[in-house]
Write a protein that binds this ligand. Structure first.
Ligand SMILES: [Zn+2]
Length: 92
C-alpha cells in the first residue's frame, strides 16, 4: 500500500507539467551559450546542445557539459592571466 501512495505523489507533478508545461529554471551555467535547466515542479532536466536547441539532459550530456565547463573555466583563467600580463606590460 505504501508503495502505491509514493508512486501516486511522484506522478502528479509530471501530470501537471504535461498539462501546464514545465517550469524550468537555470540550474547550471556551463559556458556562455550552454546552460542546464531544471523543472521546479517535476525535476526534469534539460540542456542546450551544440545547435542551441533544448534537449533532455542525459548522463552523456551531463558528462559533455562537465568537460565543457572545465574547458570554459580554464579558458577564462587564461584570458584573465593574459589581460593581467598586458596591463603589466603597458604599465612598465
Ligand atoms: Zn516539469
Amino acid at each position: 500500500m505504501m508503495k502505491q501512495t509514493n508512486q501516486k505523489t511522484a506522478i502528479i507533478p509530471h501530470f501537471l507539467c504535461s498539462v501546464l508545461g514545465h517550469k524550468y529554471e537555470v540550474s547550471r551555467q556551463v559556458t556562455y551559450h550552454v546552460k542546464e535547466y531544471k523543472c521546479k515542479k517535476c525535476s526534469k532536466e534539460l540542456t542546450t546542445d551544440c545547435n542551441g536547441d533544448l534537449i533532455e539532459l542525459t548522463p552523456k550530456y551531463r558528462e559533455i557539459n562537465s568537460i565543457l565547463s572545465r574547458i570554459h573555466l580554464k579558458r577564462q583563467a587564461r584570458i584573465r592571466r593574459e589581460e593581467l600580463l598586458t596591463a603589466y606590460k603597458m604599465s612598465s
